[in-house]
Ligand binder design. Structure first.
Ligand code: 6PG
Length: 461
């Protein structure tokens, strides 16, 4: 393991727990000695010296990197490369951009070094006790590390939350979209919080109970579970609810933004992921928001929504959750074709059921939907999910309207509803856009009654 920060150290300890001998490398001597103090008796070795590290490994070597994405990965690869032998395997387990992974994969293949891009989800505790693991790269090299990865991964119904996903950057692409969905779900949950706090006037304690209740039903998921815990957590220093002491700004390391950027490249609509990124950016303009709150006027939440609004918010979120996964899965299907990943959608849903941040009961239904129809164009048209959406959509509509009427931004829910409504529109007003483009730019248009492309002289001037 290269990189003995929280994630690297925890994955290494997880491997030790499963009886694998390991070695660690880090430039920080304090991290090396901390690991040795904890794990030497279990057979772990650790060092700050790359030569000593490589000498500890059995050939063909398997080296996992858990270092920050970007330049640090290239730096580690550069440093290790002269010390490696043909057939060795490097696994980049950080959140690298998939195009970097493709570049490294190709460069190293020329030197007969296998390179894996591998998503690892589940945060600190997942890394320690069972993450969801998303590997991509040369299949033959996967077989060498498969037993270790299966041992350390989370298990659901005895099945490990890891599988070989595809060649090249397939693993990092799947992890990137996982994070895009993560952004969408977090945005939606924050909107339900706003609706219940400022719209209905629920206290933190009541919010904790509501999310707890949701977690015990169809919405059961890691993000809802931690949300209920967050509302019950008191600050050690002040004794006040900690959530109220946290600045209302969400930053990002970029994976959600990458998801949106590539969705645009692939021409896959992912409006909920896009808006989730945008809303984080908007939250970051805190000074501007303070000023604007005194200048711009409009509806204000009065905390007078009826308590039965909670059930409608729950249903709206439920619909939006399905629609968000649908967008992410559609992006994966498009990427699979465009980048020749040959992704197995039902396997992806399977390995997301445990260990990862977006694990949710719903993934069992998503898995079944993809399994029953591998060519499913969009999750929303799977018969079971469609009938669920048809039953829930009225409450999604109501909640978007309530948000609008009360000045509560519900951009994520709105994006989901718009995606749903547009997707089910037999007719959309884009004949007009074709006409406009042809009018001002002679871009031509297609007709419903004849094949081919046409141009009209729309005016005399
Ligand atoms: C995971 C998380 C993890 C990380 C996110 C945070 O799957 O375990 O997604 O990878 O916590 O990258 O992302 P932001 O800092 O961009 O919110």
């Amino acid at each position: 393991m290269v990189g003995l920060g929280v994630m690297g150290r925890n994955v290494l300890l997880n491997m030790l727990d499963h009886g694998y001998s390991t070695a660690g490398l880090d430039t920080d001597a304090a991290k090396v000695s901390a690991l040795m103090d904890e794990a030497k008796s279990q057979g772990a070795g650790a060092t700050t010296d790359p030569n000593a590290f490589v000498a500890m490994l059995r050939k063909p070597r398997a080296i996992m990197l858990l270092v920050p994405a970007g330049a640090p990965v290239d730096a580690v690869v550069r440093e290790l490369l002269p010390l490696l032998s043909q057939g060795d395997l490097l696994i980049d387990a950080g959140n690298s951009h998939f195009t970097d992974t493709d570049r490294r994969y190709k460069a190293l293949a020329g030197k007969n070094i296998h390179f894996f891009g591998m998503g690892v989800s589940g945060g600190e505790s997942g890394a320690r006790h069972g993450p969801s693991i998303m590997p991509g790269g040369p299949k033959e090299a996967y077989e060498r590390v498969r037993p270790i990865l299966e041992a350390i991964a989370a298990k659901v119904g005895g099945e490990p939350c890891v599988t070989y996903l595809g060649p090249g950057s397939a693993g990092h692409y799947v992890k990137m979209v996982h994070n895009g969905i993560e952004y969408a779900l977090m945005q939606l949950i924050s909107e339900t919080y706003d609706l219940m706090k400022r719209g209905i006037g629920l206290s933190n304690e009541e919010l904790g109970d509501v999310y707890d209740g949701w977690n015990n039903g169809e919405l059961s998921s890691f993000l809802i579970e931690i949300t209920s815990q967050i509302f019950r957590h008191m600050d050690d220093k002040t004794g006040k609810p900690l959530v109220d002491l946290i600045l209302d700004v969400a930053r990002q390391k970029g994976t959600g933004q990458w998801t949106s950027q590539d969705a645009l490249e692939l021409k896959v609509p992912t409006p909920t992921i896009d808006i989730a990124v945008t809303m984080r950016d908007l939250s970051g303009r805190e000074t501007a928001r303070q000023t604007a709150s005194k200048v711009l006027q409009g509806a204000q939440p009065k905390g007078d929504l009826p308590p039965d609004a909670v059930k409608k918010i729950q249903n709206a979120f439920h619909a939006a959750m399905i629609i968000s996964y649908a967008q992410g899965m559609a992006q994966l299907q498009a990427a699979s074709k465009a980048y020749s990943y040959n992704l197995n959608m039902d396997a992806i849903a399977r390995i997301w059921r445990g260990g990862c941040i977006i694990r949710a009961a719903l993934l069992e239904d998503i898995r079944t939907a993809h399994k029953s129809n591998p060519e499913l164009p969009d999750l929303m048209v799977n018969p079971q999910l469609a009938s669920r959406l048809n039953a829930l959509q009225a409450d999604l509509r109501t909640i978007v309207r309530v948000g609008v009427e009360n000045g509560i931004p519900v951009a994520g829910h709105m994006a989901c509803l718009t995606y749903f409504d547009a997707y089910r529109s037999e007719w959309m007003p884009f004949n007009l856009i074709q006409a406009q483009r042809d009018f001002f730019g002679a871009h031509t248009y297609e007709r419903i009654d004849q094949k081919g492309v046409f141009h009209t002289q729309w005016s005399d001037t």
